[in-house]
Design a protein around this ligand. Structure first.
Ligand SMILES: CC(=O)SCCNC(=O)CCNC(=O)[C@H](O)C(C)(C)COP(=O)(O)OP(=O)(O)OC[C@H]1O[C@@H](n2cnc3c(N)ncnc32)[C@H](O)[C@@H]1OP(=O)(O)O
Length: 552
């Protein structure tokens, strides 16, 4: 990138819109002296300026200077620069003054410059973040049948959810992805709603160049005004010149016959790439999805009408994020022979490239994404039952979190892949399959006692025998909020009342080991002891269960 310096402050301008930082401005320039566009010898304009202004606008805009002369004037001084600009865009300034959206932007910009002298990208980004977050939150809505009862078949691999009373199956994927945009992601939702606006005729995307048609000229001037406001460091003459240059085209968002924003680009048809010169959305319509939809229309148009395969642009530093989201990269893969010497260089910007896909339905991406999500959802349904919602259990508790009655089966547990041989997750039963709960408790206590003994006998037990003494380890209880040790567990076992299920006992053992690994780092002896003792415990549980006591 060229980084020539310029004599006068008035010359130091870039396309940069939002960054008001003096340092940024001082390094940023897009005046003709660094504007290195090299017109291709075979170019349709052949290097000469297209007729401008069009006949219908005679007198409205009077300057059609070439860029070199703009640069020369721009270099003079601030006041020169201003007066020159005024001479060129006097009439347009009128429009600015009457454009409330522009006033809003100016106010916002002043606010920003008060709050943040270097760049307003931070507040801008936080706004973007919060918007997208709120959208994302919406997308977390759980979809179930509205009546909560009409369960549907779970699909190929699914359980027979439809026939089980009380089971709720999430709504059909088609419904989720086409009728409920909240679940479809912020991008798709925005694209879809703008598409609907287009279909209803309230929004239009048009691609025009300076063709002399009155309506088109009004729109082009509206777009030029937006660029001039949104890219304040760009010389206004330069904007006028490119927007009205007949070798450039502009894709515009038109709402209620007013321009909301647009992109001006120059198609290099022979080289099959386009150069995006300017891109902006009017201030009070930004971050509503127009920029994305505009880019999608541009890509579709440039591919289908101009036969382009790539776009290049010098993205302003503070707009790089936007361009990345539109598929642009900083790596330029396009053969240099195709573009070097053709496009304009800008300071304060990053050269970025976007490959235009030959097949993608750019203006209907939302439908494509919805279908992809639907296909993935269907695949997940084939492999899992996670869309089936079971009614749950009536888990009545006494004080100590102990079930009043034994729960025979938890709905959905077996369907989720649970098998009775998974230790630690089952109710304790002796092999005698006694239904006498007192006898069961006795067997359970004996089994737990034997497990504690085998741990006590193990050589790695010493760190776990007693509760950790806070005098020895002052911060232990700051970090470990739920301590456990073998002595405490022994007391609980001997009470013959605490551990009424084997899971409760196993939970305490696991907590004791996980505490040790939370507080201590892996290379410590405590950590290693916990790992070894736990595996010893596990093997004893398995062995004990196999030899007479079983859980189910
Ligand atoms: C080549 C050049 O012209 S470079 C100069 C680019 N133009 C400007 O900087 C002028 C001021 N800015 C604008 O006019 C607009 O904000 C544009 C054109 C950059 C973007 O248009 P918008 O309508 O605001 O974009 P849209 O609402 O579609 O946002 C698309 C995504 O880009 C993000 N985005 C928009 N602007 C920016 C930005 N400046 N930086 C980072 N991300 C951005 C949005 O948050 C959104 O992200 P999400 O999909 O994750 O929610």
């Amino acid at each position: 990138m060229d980084s020539h310096s310029h004599g006068g402050a008035g010359a130091l301008r870039s396309r940069s819109s939002q960054s008001q930082s003096p340092s940024h401005s001082a390094s940023a320039s897009a005046t003709s002296s660094i504007h290195k566009r090299k017109l291709p010898p075979t170019s349709d304009d052949g290097g000469h300026v297209p007729p401008f202004p069009p006949s219908s606008f005679d007198g409205a805009l009077t300057s059609n200077d070439d860029l070199e002369s703009i640069s020369a004037r721009g270099n003079d001084s601030d006041s020169d620069d201003d007066s020159e600009e005024d001479a060129v865009v006097d009439d347009d300034e009128e429009e600015f003054d009457h454009d409330s959206s522009m006033r809003t932007f100016t106010a916002a910009r002043l606010d920003n410059s008060n709050n943040n002298n270097n760049s307003n990208s931070a507040p801008r980004n936080s706004k973007l973040k919060s918007e997208s977050n709120s959208n994302n939150n919406n997308s977390g809505v759980k979809i179930e049948n509205s009546d909560g009862s009409a369960a549907k078949d779970a699909g190929a691999g699914g359980a027979a959810g439809g026939s089980v009373p009380g089971i709720v199956v999430k709504e059909d994927a088609t419904m989720i992805f086409t009728d409920n945009l909240q679940t479809s992601g912020a991008y798709t939702a925005r694209e879809e709603s703008l598409k609907k606006e287009e279909e209803a005729g309230r929004l239009n995307f048009v691609c025009l160049s300076n063709d002399g048609v009155d309506d088109h000229m009004v729109w082009l001037i509206g777009l030029k005004n937006i660029f001039a406001r949104q890219l304040p460091n760009m010389p206004k003459e330069y904007i006028v010149r490119l927007v009205m240059d007949r070798s450039h085209k502009s894709v515009m968002v038109i709402r209620r016959n007013h321009v909301v924003g647009g992109i001006t680009y120059r198609p290099y048809v022979n080289q099959k790439f386009g150069e995006i010169a300017f891109c902006a959305i009017t201030a009070d319509e930004q971050v509503k999805g127009y920029g994305t939809r505009l880019m999608n229309h541009l890509k579709q148009f440039a591919r289908d009408e101009d036969g382009l395969t790539h776009f290049l642009t010098y993205a302003d530093n503070n707009a790089v994020g936007y361009f990345i989201k539109q598929g642009f990269t900083k790596e330029i893969h396009l053969d240099k022979d195709r573009w070097q010497g053709y496009i304009k260089d800008y300071d304060g910007g990053v050269l970025m490239e976007c490959k235009i896909d030959p097949k993608l339905p750019y203006t209907d991406l939302s439908t494509m994404i919805c279908r992809q999500r639907q296909a993935i959802d269907e695949k997940i349904r084939e492999l899992s039952n996670c869309h089936i919602v079971y009614p749950g259990i009536d888990f009545q508790k006494k004080e100590a979190g102990i079930p009043k009655k034994i729960i025979k089966d938890i709905p959905g547990l077996r369907e989720a892949g649970w098998t009775p041989d998974q230790w630690g997750h089952s109710r304790f039963r002796t092999s005698s399959a006694s239904t006498d709960s007192a006898a069961n408790q006795k067997h359970l206590t004996a089994f737990m006692r034997s497990l504690l003994k085998t741990m006590y006998d193990h050589g790695d037990t010493w760190p776990f025998k007693e509760p950790v003494d806070a005098r020895d380890v002052p911060d232990y209880y700051d970090i470990i909020k739920d301590p456990m040790d073998l002595k405490t567990m022994s007391k609980r076992v001997e009470s013959e009342q605490y551990y009424v299920t084997f899971e409760m006992f196993v939970a305490d053992v696991r907590r004791m080991f996980s505490n040790a690994r939370t507080y201590n780092s892996p290379e410590t002896i405590y950590y290693k002891c916990s790992t070894r003792l736990e595996s010893h415990f596990q093997s004893k549980v398995t062995g004990g269960l196999q030899s007479g006591t079983k859980i189910q």
